[in-house]
Write a protein that binds this ligand. Structure first.
Ligand SMILES: C[S@@+](CC[C@H](N)C(=O)[O-])C[C@H]1O[C@@H](n2cnc3c(N)ncnc32)[C@H](O)[C@@H]1O
Length: 205
């Protein structure tokens, strides 16, 4: 029987401890560093697309950010984050949606995506993602994105991924998004594996 994307991710978060999955980071350091370097005010509206159970929102709430949205295809992922945040969960907007089918109802200053876009292996999925991105951002908005690098793994969570360097990501995002910064990061998985990520910061023209 075909397992849908949503069923796959629901199952992952129902059956695995959040700190045991390969993409787990004790602290989302590259993202926090990128936000610091951008010198964004804490009033900025940020969406973490495919945020899963990441602690990015926790760390930003501590730093005084208050306009935070976390979107994920898997409700159980958001349940993990909400349980961890306890009373502070009410300070975050939660959206259960497939980003390729979602139409944002507002615009965000920061669109953050760590390890989600790379699952879109079909051109039409990437087109749908870009439609959401274009609806959910405005000129001046920044996009912080991380995918597996060309020498990164070919699969993540058992699913095939498309790997990118900065130039290839810039082609995907198109001329409406100017590449401001790019760097590579070697992520260490909880099991001690090493994975090369490509990070990019784009600004919408
Ligand atoms: C590799 S995990 C990364 C999670 C998080 N960004 C982090 O860095 O910890 C990929 C996440 O994307 C979510 N996801 C996968 N495909 C998605 C889609 N089409 N729309 C929204 N979320 C999706 C998964 O449920 C999962 O939480």
């Amino acid at each position: 029987m075909m397992v849908t994307k949503r069923e796959h991710w629901d199952e992952v978060y129902r059956t695995k401890a959040a700190n045991s999955v390969s993409w787990y980071q004790p602290t989302p350091e590259p993202s926090l560093r990128a936000l610091e370097e951008l010198q964004l005010p804490a009033t900025a509206a940020l969406i973490d697309v495919g945020g899963g159970a990441s602690s990015l929102a926790d760390r930003l709430l501590e730093r005084g950010w208050f306009d935070l949205t976390i979107l994920d295809i898997a409700a159980p992922a958001l349940d993990v984050a909400k349980a961890r945040l306890q009373g502070d969960a009410g300070r975050v907007a939660w959206i259960v949606a497939d980003v390729t089918e979602w139409r944002p109802g507002r615009r965000y200053d920061v669109w953050h995506d760590r390890a989600v876009f790379h699952f879109l292996t079909e051109p039409e999925q990437r087109l749908a993602y870009r439609h959401a991105l274009e609806t959910g951002t405005a000129p001046g908005s920044v996009v912080i994105i991380a995918t597996f690098a060309p020498d990164g793994p070919e699969r993540c969570s058992g699913l095939p991924v498309q790997r990118y360097d900065a130039a290839a990501l810039a082609v995907e995002f198109g001329s409406a998004f100017a590449l401001e910064r790019d760097w590579r990061e070697e992520h260490t998985t909880p099991g001690g594996g090493r994975q090369w990520f490509q990070w990019c910061v784009f600004r919408r023209r």
